[in-house]
Ligand binder design. Structure first.
Ligand SMILES: [Zn+2]
Length: 399
């Protein structure tokens, strides 16, 4: 047998360690014997890896559990307070930030509305929010391990913001700017991709390996999870479904196309319908919150425009379902607050336009993390990056 090279040995070791780590994190509390059974690794290897993980504060051992006599087994727990992560959802008109433990549990939350989309103004708001979250983080072995930021625009594989149409930003290196300020690793990702990741890990998509998350806010974006992995395309900018055409001769879109889905099915579209129909007399600048109140009170004009919005959402989703044959489509971001009123028209469009097979086999859900889908996804991307940096890249990395 070929003798293992030193490099190979360290690779195998890293891989074994990440297997032991993931079993404690995902299935713990477990005893060393149970870990050995689950992973197929021998007891000596498990013991070595466990000792290292305890020393590195990733695992704690507590004497507990049932014993058939003699010593009670020592159980290993994942230390979800070994460090904390920050997740940011940069909306077009707000910034929401959360501090989470390593399991994605929200510990603190800070938000601010944005009154200007000028880069320096937005950056200062981000710095303020991140700074306040850092001061709120409890003491821990690793402190704040990373900052994940979901942005409404195209982000390339180097995490540079290529284009954020609704913020009117081009070629912005937010990652470098925030990293220089805090000296903590920063991850930048498109907000819909963050939302997809968040819902897949912690929300409506927990048990689904093929899902499309549709973020409907001021615009429409999509995060695509294929076989449990985020699909980001050749350049990192997949998922611009808000800009596929649903009206051949429709209105001109700032993206250069015309008749784009988001012109008819987004939060902006809803507000335009509301103003055009004067759903509230004498109120030109109606807000989403006012529309929810009116819908609850049964304002017929508001119910009608929500019906129209639901139909347009349904038409776009028909294209998505025909393209991807996903197990599940999750509708997220601010429009999900209208689920009570848009579910029926969406379903009606599906019944009329989808094939029987797709109609019966595609689950349509609204996000369960609500406004936190993107922040939690962003925080978890920073956590994965932290685990990877601890072990470098291995075949079965820390998740
Ligand atoms: Zn467009």
């Amino acid at each position: 047998m070929k003798k293992l090279q030193t490099g190979d040995q360290s690779f195998v070791k890293r891989m074994n360690k990440s297997i032991v780590f993931n079993s404690i994190k995902d299935k713990g509390p477990l005893s060393r014997t149970q870990i050995s059974k689950i992973t197929g690794l021998n007891k000596a290897t498990v013991s070595t890896m466990v000792s290292e993980l305890i020393e590195e504060s990733f695992a704690n051992e507590i004497e507990s559990g049932q014993s058939s006599g003699g010593r009670r087994p020592v159980m290993l727990y994942f230390n979800n307070h070994a460090g904390y992560s920050i997740g940011i959802d940069l909306g077009v008109n707000y910034v929401l930030g959360v501090l989470t433990d390593l399991n994605g549990t929200i510990m603190e939350e800070v938000s601010r509305s944005l009154t200007s989309n000028k880069y320096t103004d937005v950056k200062n708001t981000l710095i303020f929010i991140i700074g306040s979250l850092i001061t709120k983080a409890p003491d821990s072995p690793y402190g704040v391990i990373g900052i994940g930021i979901g942005v409404p625009g195209n982000v390339d594989h180097n995490e540079k913001i290529l284009f954020a149409p609704n913020l009117e930003w081009k070629q912005i290196d937010l990652k470098a700017d925030i990293q220089n300020d805090f000296h903590i690793p920063v991850k930048i990702q498109n907000e819909a991709n963050c939302g997809a990741h968040g819902e897949h890990l912690y929300g409506a998509g927990k048990n689904s390996s093929n899902l499309i998350y549709i973020s409907i806010g001021i615009g429409i974006g999509a995060g695509i999870i294929i076989q449990n992995n985020l699909y980001t395309g050749t350049s990192g900018i997949s998922g611009e479904m808000g800009h596929f055409t649903i009206e051949a001769n429709g209105r001109k879109c700032p993206c250069g196309n015309q008749g784009c889905w988001e012109l008819y099915a987004s939060e902006n579209a809803l507000l335009q319908y509301a103003n055009k129909q004067s759903v509230l007399k004498g109120n030109e600048n109606i807000t989403l919150e006012e529309l929810i109140t009116e819908a609850k009170m049964g304002n017929q004009k508001v119910l009608q425009i929500l019906h129209t919005l639901g139909e347009y959402i349904g038409i776009g989703l028909t294209n998505v379902i025909n393209t991807f044959n996903p197990e599940m489509v999750i509708i997220g971001n601010r429009i999900s607050q209208f689920s009570n009123w848009i579910s029926n028209p969406i379903n009606h469009v599906f019944r009329e336009r989808l094939s029987q097979y797709h109609y019966e086999n595609t689950d349509i859900k609204f996000s369960v993390l609500e406004k936190y889908s993107s922040t939690l996804g962003a925080a978890s991307i920073a956590i994965s990056d932290f685990y990877l940096s601890r072990l470098e890249k291995v075949q079965q990395p820390f998740k």
